[in-house]
Design a protein around this ligand. Sequence first.
Ligand code: MG
Length: 272
Amino acid sequence: MRPTIPQVKSNATAIRNINTVFLDIDGVLMLGELPIPGGTATVKRLRSLKLRVVFVTNTTRKPRRMIHEQLIKLGFDVDINDVICPTVIARERIMRMKKPTAALFLNEDVFEDFEGLKISNTRAGAVVMGDLGDQFTPAVLDDIFRLVFSGSELIALQKNRYWRDAEGLRLDLGPYVAAVEYATGKMADVVGKPSPGFFRGLLTRYRVRPDNALMVGDDIESDVMGAQRLGIRSVLVKTGKYDLDFVKRTGIKPEGIIPSIADLCPILGIDT
Ligand SMILES: [Mg+2]
């Protein structure tokens, strides 16, 4: 059932009529394994006003179950269904297809997030590409190419260009996705932040209008720009990966900037 919209007091940041708050997890609610002070109290206070609180993350290296367990351990009262990561958005996209069958080319640790879907690596409505790292061999890329070429939709959990490990810079998933896009002439549906596919998936799932939602994040591009492109207002926290110079350079302006999650209720005009 849709919660009623509380009349949150209007203030300088003009954040009003919100019924759903999307909270980024890493850098907003926790840093590494440690909680950021004020997180659990803020979630409780928002819920006491009948606001829906949804926990979102771009993590694709562990299943939703583990992200949920971690939140519970940190003291958050959260239902697993309100923990949303790219695999969840991908699964729901596929469930809405005429032929809900998927070919999974991703890290086996997250296979469980696709439970209930028919899995076939030869005939599938959709191909899902995730973090396979060294396993993206030419043979595997050919398999993906053939499936997409013959009609499967291409879904990518993210499209990052590169990352760094102990040996130096490495290709991330993006270049492999781009190879399949180039060969087939079809664009992937990217279901991680900041892609519109992620935020559209959230709005669809919760049946919420963009102007009734608020995104809170520490990443000016992934969280703020991604949300704003769909008309969702956003608040940037100065914890996690926040970097003032980078924020200035992007020219992106969130509706609010706060020191940490502990300051969210005051900026919304809610007494703590
Ligand atoms: Mg973050």
